[in-house]
Write a protein that binds this ligand. Structure first.
Ligand code: NAI
Length: 328
């Protein structure tokens, strides 16, 4: 029998947490034969709600779930963690300036990075979901100097999945026939969903669509603004699809990308595609044996270059702002 994998989830009592925990416990995060132990990290005021969720997890009698512990401090929450899903974050409220938002999140992700550095397992893998995800991941990573930087990633898989779905609807293709789509840059309105290298049943997607106006005026803004459209329609933010994307991100990282395909992940840049080294930016990546690698050698046309540069510029501004605030 395998040793259970310790999975820490922050913001466990929140909306995404509620959609996420049951799928982790049922085996969708790591695989149908991998036992897990959940470590739920919440702020003290939300511990009681997390206990309620834990009661429901118990009531599912999941065979793979080998334990649930609830914590209100990062040191205990991350102790021994093999996988950490950093979902809890401080949302932007009305009238909040970017500096205030970054400061509030620095107050969350700095101590979490320190706690991961101090007590997580040697094979720790971190996914940051809480927004601003790329910069929160950078803050945590910068405070975990003993953990290899490539273990800190930010989620753009929801954007990736949204783009596949939009492309499938436009072309009438099955989602399973779409491969090699890329989200570049920041998980924000500046992100760039790129179909120039994507394939639909083996054929180039951009050539199949052959409609640059649709790309520029419909596809890209629809993907980038999908979160706002869902809030407008549901009266609540996208939680189930975000949880699904977090499951996909970690599953792919651990179990690998399919042959002939890649995925999108926010990862530490090594300078590839002229993205300044050290920024946590979304790239096309392949995964194998629990490691990711940026896909190399893709031609970047003028249409793509300007959009990648704009999103990366925003990431650099966020990094400079958190530097100025003394958060990294
Ligand atoms: P929510 O507000 O329902 O839940 C957040 C939870 O985090 C709350 O229970 C809160 O008590 C907890 N929390 C706050 N500070 C914490 C701390 N220091 N330690 C532990 N827990 C803490 O929010 P929801 O809908 O679950 O979303 C969570 C985050 O995910 C938000 O920042 C949201 O913007 C982001 N998000 C990111 C997406 C992506 O694609 N990267 C997609 C959708 C949402």
């Amino acid at each position: 029998t395998r040793t259970p994998v310790n999975v820490t989830v922050t913001g466990a009592a929140g909306q995404i947490g509620y959609a996420l925990l049951f799928r982790i416990a049922s085996g969708h995060l790591l695989g149908p034969d991998v036992p897990v132990k959940l470590r739920l990290l919440e702020i003290p005021q939300a511990v009681k709600a997390a206990e309620g969720t834990a009661m429901e997890l118990d009531d599912c009698a999941f065979p793979l779930l080998k334990g649930i512990d609830i914590f209100d401090n990062p040191a205990d929450g991350f102790a021994g963690a093999n996988i950490a899903l950093l979902v809890g974050a401080r949302p932007r409220t009305a009238g909040m300036e970017r500096g205030d938002l970054l400061s509030a999140n620095g107050g969350i992700f700095k101590p979490q990075g320190e706690a991961i550095n101090a007590g997580a397992a040697d094979d720790i893998k971190v996914l940051v979901v809480g927004n601003p995800a790329n910069t929160n991941a950078l803050i945590a990573q910068q405070h975990a100097p003993d953990v290899p930087a490539e273990r800190f990633t930010a989620m753009t898989r929801l954007d990736h999945n949204r783009a596949i779905s939009q492309l499938a609807q436009k072309t009438g293709a099955a989602v399973g026939d779409i491969a090699k789509l890329t989200i570049w840059g920041n998980h924000s309105a500046t992100q760039y969903p790129d179909i120039f290298h994507a394939e639909i049943a083996g054929k180039n997607a951009a050539e199949t669509v052959n409609d640059e106006a649709w790309l520029a005026d419909t596809f890209i803004p629809t993907v980038a603004k999908r979160g706002a459209a869902i809030i407008e329609a549901r009266g609540a933010s996208s939680a189930a699809s975000a949880a699904n994307a977090a499951i996909d991100h970690v599953h792919t990282w651990v179990n690998g990308t399919a042959a002939g395909d890649w995925t999108s992940m926010g990862v530490v840049s090594d300078g590839s595609y002229d993205v300044p080294a050290g920024l946590i930016s979304s790239f096309p990546v392949t995964c194998k044996d629990g490691k990711w690698e940026i896909v190399q050698g893709l031609a970047v046309n003028e249409f793509s270059r300007g959009r990648i540069d704009a999103s990366v510029r925003e990431l650099a501004e966020e990094r400079d702002a958190v530097r100025e605030l003394g958060l990294i």
